[in-house]
Design a protein around this ligand. Structure first.
Ligand SMILES: *Cc1c(COP(=O)(O)O)cnc(C)c1O
Length: 371
């Protein structure tokens, strides 16, 4: 039997956009088995829901939080499949794989769809959104990805929200890879649904996602869902009526770890402090990589502090697979690229990653310039 006081040595530091490297205290929080309908556990769930709403806005009245089993995409799908009524029409703003995935969900459900595609390296243009909303007045809902993890692009969420709310549309924001790592207020921006998951900037382990919803909007969605398991309204109604009860088996250990992760976010100083750490590390990484001959894909003004895409160096001898293997044996796992127009790879810096880790990574990288 494993000694509960010993955390096994870690094989590598995850420099990926989730799952990410978590603290040993977050992992230790999973060493207890919880009953899924017991009042202690349900109380924990209620506390998490309330803390998530407060994390999302200084004006928590009128907002609620729903937790949903599965990876982040399950939560996105639960919002799209539940929030858009049968006679509704969804506008999806996209500049990468996660925006495209929202459009794909809409197609699977047969939801009327309009797509505004900005390519892979340009941010969402609020003016273009305004134009599309004028051209297609039957659009009822708009979905946008805050940080498009495909490239690390930070979309102008405030300006986009203003354009959408000016026309009175329901606004859905996939803030999966940004929530908790950057200050943002759903009430101030007029966001109706904000989606994120346990294993990104809040630094928990994977197993569930969550939705911060405007209560008045969610209340309208009874009977609207196109899926049983991913019925966001029913999940919310059950949690409300049962004081934190999930509809089906909940990821109890993951929820307990998430509670610990939320405490640690608070101890660090909240999203502003975490944003500062991530930004400092991202800048250190980009500068160091540039000195080693790696060019970032995106200009500084649209680059998020969470994950950075770098072009391959020009040399024919460069091989991502080889770089990946060498870094892995030195204790770092990086991420392949995901865009079609350029050869890139990505380095994330969310999770338990500190200045010294970035310094060591850059040092190792310098020793491995094999091309
Ligand atoms: C991680 C992520 C998701 C969800 O991905 P899963 O693999 O389903 O957890 C959705 N949107 C964005 C922007 C993401 O970064």
């Amino acid at each position: 039997m494993l000694d509960a006081n010993v955390t096994p040595p870690r094989p590598y530091l995850l420099l990926t956009p989730g799952p990410l490297t978590t603290s040993s205290t977050v992992k230790e929080a999973m060493l207890r088995d919880w009953c899924t309908w017991d009042s202690d556990y349900n109380g924990l769930v209620q506390s998490i829901r309330a803390r998530l709403v407060r994390l999302a806005t200084d004006t928590p009245e009128g907002y609620t939080a729903v937790l949903m089993q599965g990876s982040g995409t399950f939560s996105v799908e639960s919002v799209i499949g539940t929030a858009v009524p049968r006679d509704g029409k969804l506008l999806v703003l996209t500049n990468g794989a996660y925006g495209n995935r929202i459009a794909q969900i809409a197609r699977v459900y047969g939801i009327a769809l309009s797509v505004l595609d900005f390519g892979e390296t340009s941010p969402v243009s609020p003016q273009a959104v305004e134009q599309r909303l004028r051209d297609e007045p039957d659009i009822t809902h708009v979905a946008v990805v805050h940080c498009e993890t495909t490239t690390g692009m930070l979309n102008p969420v405030a300006e986009t929200a203003a354009a959408v709310k000016q026309r009175g549309k329901v606004l859905i924001v996939d803030a999966m890879s940004s929530f908790g790592g950057i200050p943002l207020d759903v009430h101030a921006l007029g966001i109706d649904y904000l989606i994120s998951s346990a294993n990104k900037c809040i630094q928990g382990v994977p197993g569930f996602g969550f939705v911060i919803a405007r209560t008045g909007e969610l209340e309208r969605c009874d009977g609207q869902a196109r899926s049983l398991s991913l019925d966001l309204y029913d999940q919310w109604a059950t949690m409300e009526a049962g004081g934190g009860k999930w509809r089906f088996t909940s990821p109890t250990h993951v929820v307990r770890a998430f509670d610990q992760a939320l405490r640690e976010l608070e101890l660090e100083g909240g999203p502003a402090a975490r944003h500062h750490r991530y930004s400092q590390n991202q800048q250190l990484l980009t500068q160091g990589m540039q000195q080693l001959g790696f060019c970032a894909l995106l200009p500084k003004q649209s680059q998020s502090p969470f994950i950075t895409a770098f072009h391959y160096p020009a040399s024919e001898r460069f091989s991502f697979e080889q770089l990946y293997a060498r870094l892995k044996s030195a204790g770092f796992v990086i991420y392949p690229g995901k865009i079609s127009t350029a050869d890139t790879f990505r380095i994330g810096n969310i999770g338990e990653v500190y200045r010294q880790d970035i310094c060591t990574l850059l040092q190792v990288m310098e020793e491995q310039l094999f091309w």
